[in-house]
Design a binder for this molecule. Structure first.
Ligand code: HEC
Ligand code: HEC
Length: 204
C-alpha cells in the first residue's frame, strides 16, 4: 500500500514538473496570440513577430502604447474575422501591470523564427552597408540579437518594418533621441535597401 502511494505521489510530482514547463503561457497571452500567432511568431506580414525579443524591449513598447506614443492601427484578428477589430493601445491599456509583466516574460522566452519572405539581393547589399555604418552600434549583429534591447530587425516582416519607418519619419512614433538623426536622414531608397537587408538576414 505504501509503495503504491509513493508511486502515485511521484507520478503526481512528474505531472507538476511537466505542468510548469508547458504552462508557461499566461492566460493574458491568448489574446496576443490571436494576432501575433502561436508563441508570438506571426504568420501575418502586417503583424510583427514578437517572440524572442527582450522583456525590457517588450515592456517599453507596451508602455509606449499605453501612453499613446505609438500609432495604433485598428487590426482584425486574422483567424477570427468575426471578432471585432481592436488595436494595440486598447490592448495595452487593458493589461494589468502583472499581466503585462507575465506576457512580456513569456514572449521573451520564446524563439524568434524569421519570416519567410522574398527580398532583392542587390538592395540587401546596399542596406547591409548602411546598417553597418549607422545602425550596428545599437542593433547588434545585423539587428538579430535581443540583448541590445532595441527589438529584432533581422527576419522581421518587411511590410511591418516599412510601416515602422513611415511612422518614425512622420513623427507618429516616438524615436529614441540618439537614433533620431540616423532615421530622419534616410532617403526612401535607403529605407527600402535596409528593409531588404533585414529580410535577407532571415534567410541565412
Ligand atoms: C488585434 C490584433 C492584435 C492583438 C490582439 C495584439 N496585437 Fe500587438 N500588435 C498588433 C499590430 C498590428 C502591431 C503593429 C502596430 C504598428 O504598426 O505599430 C502590434 C505591435 C505589437 C508590439 C510592438 C512590436 C515591435 O516590434 O515593436 C508589441 C510588443 C505587441 N504588439 C505586443 C502585444 C501583446 C503583448 C499583446 C497581448 C496582450 C498584443 N500585442 C495583442 C496587433 C495586435
Ligand atoms: C543609439 C542607438 C540606436 C541607433 C544608432 C539606431 N537605433 Fe534603431 N532603435 C534603438 C532603440 C533603443 C530602439 C527601440 C525603440 C523604441 O523604444 O521605440 C530602436 C528601434 C528601431 C526600430 C523599431 C523596431 C521594431 O520592432 O518596431 C527600427 C526599425 C530601427 N530601430 C531601425 C534602425 C535603423 C535602420 C538604424 C540605422 C539607420 C537605427 N535603428 C539606429 C536604438 C538605435
Amino acid at each position: 500500500m505504501r509503495h503504491y502511494l509513493i508511486a502515485l505521489l511521484s507520478i503526481f510530482a512528474l505531472f507538476m514538473v511537466a505542468g510548469t514547463a508547458s504552462a508557461a503561457a499566461p492566460a493574458a497571452a491568448q489574446e496576443c496570440e490571436g494576432c501575433h500567432g502561436p508563441n508570438g511568431v506571426s504568420p501575418n506580414k502586417d503583424i510583427p513577430i514578437i517572440a524572442g525579443m527582450s522583456a525590457f524591449y517588450l515592456d517599453g513598447e507596451i508602455q509606449a502604447y499605453q501612453k499613446g506614443l505609438r500609432p495604433c492601427p485598428k487590426t482584425k484578428f486574422p483567424h477570427d474575422p468575426a471578432k471585432p477589430a481592436t488595436d494595440m493601445c486598447d490592448v495595452a491599456k487593458k493589461l494589468s501591470p502583472a499581466d503585462a509583466t507575465a506576457v512580456d516574460k513569456f514572449f521573451a522566452s520564446q524563439k524568434f523564427v524569421p519570416a519567410n519572405q522574398s527580398f532583392d539581393a542587390k538592395l540587401a547589399a546596399i542596406g547591409k552597408q548602411i546598417h553597418s555604418e549607422d545602425c550596428e552600434l545599437c542593433h547588434t549583429d545585423g539587428g538579430s540579437v535581443a540583448d541590445d534591447d532595441a527589438g529584432i530587425l533581422a527576419g522581421q516582416w518587411s511590410a511591418y518594418l516599412q510601416e515602422t519607418f513611415k511612422e518614425y519619419q512622420s513623427g507618429k512614433r516616438q524615436i529614441p533621441d540618439k537614433m533620431k538623426p540616423k532615421i530622419m536622414s534616410l532617403s526612401s531608397d535607403q529605407v527600402k535597401a535596409l528593409v531588404n537587408y533585414y529580410a535577407s538576414e532571415g534567410k541565412k
